[in-house]
Design a protein around this ligand. Structure first.
Ligand SMILES: Nc1ncnc2c1ncn2[C@@H]1O[C@H](COP(=O)(O)OP(=O)(O)O)[C@@H](O)[C@H]1O
Ligand SMILES: Cc1ncc(COP(=O)(O)O)c(C=O)c1O
Length: 283
């Protein structure tokens, strides 16, 4: 694959930092560093654990710190980042703050993973106004990567976990009305015994997927968006079909490696060794 020189590439990652395991910022940093991409990380909140499976995590909100970081960055000569990746933010206030800063700095190549819901439900403590903040973020984004539940919430369509092409088309079109310049790729779209991604090409629904690995795994969306971001940066000639297919293969490798562990360990996130090994073969 034709790749871009790494010294000109940088990415800004805005999402939570979860202390335990390989979720969110930890997996995004691992992926970025494996591709030698200069990375700036803004952990919007520090959590003791992810929000599922460990009771109530201890949280430290980093809003004041982030404002000071942005303020400092405004005074030094850092070039605009080549891309920005936004993931789980976790509170309305943080989502508002990030929206405001992103608008002010006009970050190019913005990828938004509106990580706010799964398996038909919003994550605990998130509300409808959080969904509205995600719509606002997507309106300035180039790529958005909602899972099926998130697509349903964003489009106000009732989507089952195995939506028909018609339902998907309706939901994706509805999102285009508030994010006309954004390519929206729905993740976690099931078809029979396979799971994958669906997006619009004109009026047509395109779907690509792989066999479902049995079990519920955590951090799949995080790793998918982090991988999509670095592949798009390093291989700018890849089209959406190729980016989705490569990113899915990387996540699949991580799930396969994780599935070999006792199920009690799955909530720590995905094993990343095999995923990174595969990613490095794209070099
Ligand atoms: N059990 C699984 N087996 C195989 N691939 C999976 C599985 N779960 C997720 N994936 C892959 O990871 C991608 C992102 O997962 P998804 O469940 O949509 O993320 P999220 O964590 O945001 O809900 C999916 O589009 C699919 O390609
Ligand atoms: C703190 C935190 N960050 C991010 C996520 C997103 O994880 P996923 O990649 O499974 O959507 C979760 C999901 O529970 C979480 O609790």
């Amino acid at each position: 694959m034709e790749k871009q020189a790494s010294n000109v590439l940088s990415t800004l990652i805005i999402q939570d930092f979860t202390a335990l395991g390989q979720m969110s910022m930890t997996s995004a940093l691992t992926v970025s560093q494996s591709m030698n991409i200069l990375t700036a990380s803004l952990p919007v909140q520090m959590l003791s654990t992810q929000t599922e499976g460990f009771g109530q995590p201890h949280r430290e909100i980093m809003a004041d710190w982030m404002e000071q970081v942005w303020h400092h960055w405004d005074t030094i000569d850092i070039k605009p980042f080549t891309s920005t990746l936004i993931g789980y933010l976790g509170t309305n206030e943080l989502a508002q703050l990030v929206n405001m800063e992103i608008r002010q700095h006009r970050n190019p190549n913005l990828i938004v993973d509106p990580a706010m819901a799964d398996q038909g439900r919003l994550y605990p403590s998130l509300t409808k106004s959080y969904v509205e903040e995600m719509r606002r973020l997507m309106s300035g984004a180039q790529i958005a990567l909602p899972n099926v539940t998130e697509l349903g919430l964003l489009s106000e369509n009732d989507l089952e976990m195995t939506p028909s092409d018609d339902k998907l088309r309706q939901a994706l079109k509805r999102c285009q009305s508030f994010a006309p310049d954004c390519q929206i790729i729905a993740t976690g779209v099931k078809k029979g015994s396979a799971i994958g991604c669906a997006w619009l090409r004109g009026n047509e629904i395109v779907w690509a997927g792989k066999n479902i690995i049995k079990g519920h795994f955590f951090g799949t969306g995080d790793l998918f968006s982090a991988t999509f971001n670095v592949l798009k940066l390093r291989f700018p000639k890849l089209d959406v079909d190729q980016l989705v297919s490569e990113a899915m293969a990387v996540v699949y490798a991580a799930i396969q490696e994780t599935a070999a562990l006792p199920a009690a360990q799955w909530k720590l996130g995905l094993q990343l060794k095999d995923a990174i090994s595969l990613l490095m073969t794209f070099e």
